[in-house]
Unconditional design. Structure first.
Ligand code: AHR
Length: 546
């Protein structure tokens, strides 16, 4: 294809055959099946969203070695005077994570935030029941706020709506956000924090649909508790952004019903609803097929569409002018360190829990998830990679250093390069078939998967654009032709790819660069650019449009 009008292009999509059957993934994400190189047209007048960077957030839970020895390790030669790991802080500053969810996760549903504030010597050591660990409370809300300032991220705090009450949740907001003159704001000041923390984003509990959750309850009961809590919080500050707990996974028997019932109870009081999901290359999710595994970002996309539909249904029911946004505040690959000792702290401090080792294929899929989140950024405003350090994380510490796991790279690229507007792309690509036979019901589908998955962002202010490209073809290089209508790239600033011969390769402290980006020869900048994407790769191109 040299040049082509948008109408011709779309007509081509319309004629592209079997894969356009109703309900296919392709149509739902604006893709079509077509022979030859993958192609798309970039026109910045057609865009999905002005990107809210909170879409690229992360998560820090009091779990395993995430807080203790991950971000906080007094006594370590790597710690600063306050006990924060300087190597981890430096890595995070470099990443520039826009928002960090804290303190849980399952942990939050049994957490008494009062245990973690005030003089450290007076803080109780408690038995933490989500992960059967010992919690010393030496790191709490004020330490987290200081650390957020240190690494330049915004806090997203969670309430305990499991064993906690609306009263303890409202007191927490008052402690964090009220300037002075009230019981809880004065307590904060007495702890040495004169200025309020001014936290804007809050989660109304965590995974309250899950029987594993402390304080788990039926949907309507949770919906009423969330509404009551939110209603009281709005007295303190009506402008806070409050996120209700949605379903913790599409495999839950109450999936979508939970979300509908919760929202029927609290729609008017909340701003967003949460989605969670973890993925894996397992017999029941993929049948052990990497080709199926690399399509799992499209399962994420389907979940987003389904929850979106529930929100819109309740909006219609309520005749509400308010459109809820989605908070995909836990997502990642997690399937190896998921049972036995990997999830049981055996009543120790900072046990080794959920320490998933990530390989190349995991990193490619994480690239796919980032593409999906960006593509759905008109509706998903907040999202958090779960988690950030040591626990299912891109960063891992030992006593002397911090290691970047494979999944670090696609995440770092999205953070560095995805800026401005996410462009609405019509894409055509060759496809491969997948089969749902024998798979778990929520992922069991016969469908066509595009080999190439692409997202473009355009940053008008800085006259730059970025292209994030996943090649799911395990054997062959794939070409992607980009037709730039507006803007037109003038220079390639960077072009890197993550690939390799061994999909199961992973990094270790001894061999930290087994899975690491390498430079890729880019096409010349101009109105038509053809990228040659290596087999099984995730690639980024950063372009000047000045
Ligand atoms: O991120 C690990 C755990 O996964 C979280 O604590 C919980 O919310 C989810 O089930």
């Amino acid at each position: 294809m040299t040049t082509l009008s948008r109408r011709q292009f779309l007509a081509g999509l319309g004629a592209s055959g079997a894969a356009l059957a109703t309900g296919s993934w392709l149509t739902s994400i604006g893709y079509a099946q077509a022979a030859g190189p993958a192609r798309t047209i970039v026109n910045q007048a057609r865009y999905r969203s002005d990107l809210d960077r909170r879409l690229l957030g992360a998560f820090l839970e009091h779990l395993g070695r995430a807080v203790y020895t991950g971000v906080y390790e007094p006594g370590s030669p790597l710690a600063d005077a306050r006990g924060y790991r300087t190597d981890v802080a430096a890595a995070l500053k470099q990443l520039a994570v826009p928002i960090m969810r804290y303190p849980g996760g399952n942990f939050v549903s049994g957490y008494n935030w009062l245990d973690g504030v005030g003089p450290k010597k007076a803080r109780p050591t408690v038995l933490e029941r989500a992960w059967n660990s010992i919690e010393t409370n030496q790191f709490g809300t004020n330490e987290f706020m200081e650390w957020c300032r240190l690494v330049n991220t915004e806090p997203l705090l969670g309430f305990n709506l499991g064993t906690g009450t609306p009263e303890t949740a409202v007191a927490y907001v008052e402690y964090c956000n009220v300037d002075k003159g009230t019981k809880w704001s004065e307590l904060r000041r007495s702890h040495g924090y004169e200025q309020p923390h001014n936290v804007r984003y809050w989660c109304l509990g965590n995974e309250m649909d899950g029987p594993w959750q402390m304080g788990h309850m039926p949907a309507r009961e949770y919906g009423r508790k969330a509404r009551d809590t939110a209603h009281q919080i709005r007295v303190i500050d009506p402008s806070l952004e409050l996120i209700a707990c949605g379903s913790s996974n599409p495999i839950m028997p109450t999936y979508l019903i939970w979300d509908r019932e919760v929202l029927e109870e609290c729609y008017d009081q909340v701003d967003g609803i949460s989605l969670h999901n973890y993925y894996g290359n397992t017999p029941n999710l993929t049948g052990g097929s990497t080709a199926r595994y690399l399509a799992m970002n499209l399962d994420m996309e389907r979940q987003i569409h389904e929850i979106e539909a529930v929100c819109d249904y309740v909006q219609g029911l309520r005749k509400s002018p308010k459109r809820l946004w989605l908070s995909f505040d836990e997502w990642n690959v997690w399937y190896r360190a998921r049972s036995g000792d990997a999830v049981d702290g055996h009543r120790t401090v900072a046990p080794k829990l959920l320490e998933e080792v990530y390989n190349l294929e995991d990193a490619l899929l994480v690239g796919g998830f980032l593409n999906t989140l960006l593509r759905q950024s008109d509706r998903v405003r907040v999202a958090c990679l779960a988690q950030i350090v040591n626990v299912i994380a891109p960063l891992v510490t030992n006593e002397t250093s911090v290691l970047r796991q494979s999944i670090y790279y696609p995440y770092a690229w999205a953070l560095q390069y995805a800026r401005g507007r996410v462009i609405d792309l019509p894409v055509q690509s060759e496809t491969y078939p997948i089969s749902g036979k024998g798979l778990r019901p929520d992922v069991a589908r016969d469908d066509q998967v595009p080999f190439v998955d692409v997202v473009v962002t355009v940053d008008q202010k800085n006259a730059e654009a970025s292209v994030l490209m996943l090649n799911r073809d395990l054997e062959g290089e794939r070409e992607l032709v980009l037709e730039w209508r507006d803007p037109t790239p003038t220079r390639v600033l960077a072009c890197e790819t993550l690939t390799g011969p061994d999909l199961k390769a992973f990094n270790t402290f001894e061999a930290p660069d087994r899975v690491a980006p390498r430079k890729l020869d880019p096409p010349q900048a101009g109105a038509t650019m053809t990228f040659r994407l290596p087999p099984r790769s995730y690639t980024v191109a950063h372009l000047s449009t000045a």
